[in-house]
Write a protein that binds this ligand. Structure first.
Ligand code: UD1
Length: 341
């Protein structure tokens, strides 16, 4: 029987963490999970169990807490890799509460790296974001584009974290930083998906909640951008495609001969889709109306950004499999399931 490789997943009860845990199980890994439920609850953990039929080891705690992490790493000695998803991700909240964002997102990475060093764990996959680019000079943007000033404290935390990774890598770490574009969709089984706390900030959960009549109407933030239909353009990637890329990234780290390594990869589709196009596609795919109105631009929004995924396609042997239509359909199936529609 194939030996199961144990991996530690922080933020495992969150949207991307939970989908990745399922793909880890599918690929023969044994995920050990951490979450403090600050922005999540146990719902997605039940979804993981329902899809995989597997039980798992779970530690409830905060990655800013050295003692907690030391306790976990002292019990889980044979980890082949650590995947660090745990972080806050709301752009608007980060503007209102910047210190909370810096402390949580930057602090937890520092704590994790300290504890990894102490326990001789050196392989890390870090959840970064396309937000590190700001508004890039040319799109599709590739990994060598310079960082523009971050539009929000949230974006600044991801830039700072990447800088920290650059500075520590020489201390014996093997690190991959994955720059996510806009993850959307849900598990095709409808057992896992996005569970925003309160009114959603992100576009697709707002669309699905409006379709489910939980919200009256969607506001499209701006139709006077310099884009074909005037709305912003993003690179929407199915969350399962994103999850699979983490497994490939771990395999890349395992193959790598060099004792220290830091690589960054864009995880996107390479295709830009506008906000209005996405709303129209949703109607086409689901046959459900999404009433919307055009509102003012949202402060901090980048006009258009989509990623060049060539590096990940080649070096990670990874490509997206799901279409925008799949993503929207799966997001809707998940919304219907949680609303009992
Ligand atoms: C942002 C961050 C991204 C981060 C993500 C997590 C940037 C450039 N991107 O993505 O790094 O990981 O948040 O939360 O900072 N929109 C509407 N109406 C709505 C909601 C959104 O029109 O009700 C529009 C936005 O103006 C934007 C697009 O939809 O143009 C996507 O917005 P959203 O889903 O919030 O993601 P980003 O802001 O692109």
């Amino acid at each position: 029987m194939m030996e199961r490789k144990k991996v530690l997943v922080t933020g495992a009860a969150g949207y991307i963490g939970a989908h990745t845990v399922v793909e880890l199980f599918n690929s023969g890994y044994e995920p050990v999970m951490i979450d403090n439920f600050s922005k999540s609850d146990k719902t997605l953990l039940s979804g993981i169990r329902a899809i995989t039929g597997k039980d798992f080891k779970f530690y409830e705690g905060d990655c800013n807490d050295n003692i907690f992490l030391e306790n976990v790493l002292s019990q889980e000695r044979e980890l082949s890799c650590i995947l660090h998803f745990a972080a806050f991700k709301s752009v608007g909240e980060s503007v209102a509460q910047p210190l909370m964002y810096y402390k949580n997102n930057v602090g937890s990475l520092i704590t994790l790296l300290e504890v990894m060093k102490k326990f001789n764990q050196n392989k890390l996959i870090f959840s970064s974001s396309c937000t590190v680019y700001g508004q890039p000079d040319s799109i599709p943007v590739n990994e060598s584009a310079p960082f523009k000033r971050a539009e929000s404290p949230y974006g600044a935390t991801k830039q700072m974290c990447e800088r920290i990774l650059e500075d520590v890598v020489g201390n014996g770490f093997k690190i991959i930083s994955l720059r996510y574009f806009n993850p959307i969709g849900a598990h095709p089984s409808a057992q896992l998906g996005e569970l925003p706390v309160g009114a959603p900030n992100n576009l697709v959960p707002y669309i699905t909640q409006t379709a489910a009549k939980v919200r009256n109407k969607l506001t499209v933030f701006g139709n006077d951008y310099n884009t074909p239909d005037g709305s912003c353009i993003r690179d929407f990637i199915h969350v399962v495609d994103l999850a699979v890329a983490h497994v490939r990234a771990m395999e890349f780290l395992d193959r790598a001969q060099s004792p220290t390594l830091l690589e960054t990869f864009n995880l996107g589709t390479g295709v830009g889709v506008s906000v209005l196009e996405l709303v129209n596609e949703f109607k086409k795919v689901t046959n459900v109306e999404v009433p919307f109105t055009i509102g003012p631009r949202r402060p901090g929004d980048v006009e258009k950004v989509y990623g060049d995924p060539t590096k990940a396609n080649k070096l990670l042997d990874w490509k997206t499999k799901y279409s925008i239509q799949d993503s929207l359909l799966h997001a809707w199936q998940w919304e219907k399931k949680i609303r009992g529609i």
